[in-house]
Design a protein around this ligand. Structure first.
Ligand code: ZN
Length: 335
């Protein structure tokens, strides 16, 4: 009798539970046969880069950190005055390890009357890792033609390389400012001949990058510490290069020190500011300058804009005994 009843339901399909189960089985079988993805399958990876600009206000000035990209920084082969063990220990203390991705940051300052770009990234000189500054400048809402002044901290490739794009001036209305000591040194054949072999290409690239601006009458080196733009002063900071310069940006009593290459590997050099880089022109001067600017940034609670501290490279410095600590900017979606 029961068997007959089930057969009856099978034939007529009037048992709702049984009907649902049949439907589920049919859909699952059909999906498997047709290769349709299950509803809870993982999404494919997007492989999109992280955003490369970060905006903050400094008094009335808008400051935008621009990433030129990150690259595997050869920490183990370029640091001097330390040991591989000390480097590994410093990195491990910050939960980092080799190979370490190093940031290349530049800073755009809109004073309300002038648009100023401090450093320009590597352009094409570091290969595919970098040269993303122009795209990030546009993403931040600006066009290269709006930049009035380019202030360079020094003439190493990762700071000057972005002044050209495909061999042409990348910022068609900008005046290029750099310390005369750097402009002279990196374009001097005698200095090139005396320099170690690994630095020779830096002389060639500096000459090539400045030439189009010089020919256009838009290269204007400065010799003494001065206010280049209302609210932006130069601050001589020699050592990493002969004319290495920091820029002190000030609006309504708020101050930002854009310090270029004072720190290359924060976990190592904030713990021990005596650690230098084999690319430093003068290790002794680089140590003195680093100590002086770290102390000043900490004592005066300056904002710091750092070329090689993890993007956006905006934050503060705290003294911690003989060492220093980096306090990154507190993220704000809309400053
Ligand atoms: Zn650099």
């Amino acid at each position: 009798m029961n068997l007959n009843g089930k057969e009856h339901h099978w034939r007529t399909g009037r048992d709702p539970l049984f009907r649902s189960w049949c439907l589920y089985l049919c859909v699952t079988l059909a999906a498997a046969l047709l290769g349709a993805p299950a509803a809870d399958a993982a999404a494919p990876r997007a492989h999109a880069p992280n955003p490369g600009y970060y905006r903050m206000m400094l008094g009335d000035f808008e400051v935008v950190a621009l990433s030129d990209g990150t690259h595997p920084f050869p920490v183990e082969s370029v640091m001097a005055g330390t040991s591989p063990e000390a480097v590994a220990h410093a990195l491990a203390a910050d939960d980092l390890k080799l190979p370490l991705q190093g940031s290349i940051n530049a800073f755009l300052v809109n004073t309300g009357t002038r648009l100023v770009l401090i450093d320009t990234g590597a352009g094409a000189l570091y290969g595919a890792c970098c040269g993303q500054l122009l795209a990030n400048l546009r993403a931040a809402g600006y066009a290269p033609g709006q930049v009035d002044e380019i202030l360079l901290t020094h003439l190493h490739k990762d700071h000057v390389g972005g002044v050209l794009r495909a061999g042409n001036i990348a910022f068609p209305n900008a005046v290029l400012r750099v310390a005369r000591a750097d402009a002279d040194y990196w374009r001097d054949p005698a200095s090139r001949a005396r320099a170690p072999e690994f630095l020779r290409s830096f002389f060639d690239s500096a000459s090539a990058m400045l030439a189009p601006y010089a020919e256009a009458g838009r290269l204007r080196p400065f010799a003494l510490d001065t206010e280049l733009v209302p609210g932006i002063r130069t601050l001589s900071a020699p050592g990493h290069t002969p004319g290495h310069t920091a820029y002190l940006v000030e609006s309504r009593g708020q101050r930002l020190l854009v310090w270029g290459d004072i720190v290359h590997v924060a976990p190592v050099q904030l713990r021990d500011p005596q650690v230098t880089l084999k690319y430093d022109s003068s290790a002794g001067a680089a140590q003195r300058t680093r100590r002086a600017l770290l102390a000043r940034a900490a004592q005066e609670h300056l904002w710091v804009g750092a070329a090689h501290i993890a993007f956006p490279g905006l934050g503060h410095i705290r003294q911690d005994g003989a060492a220093y600590r980096w306090i990154p900017a507190n993220y704000e979606t809309m400053p």
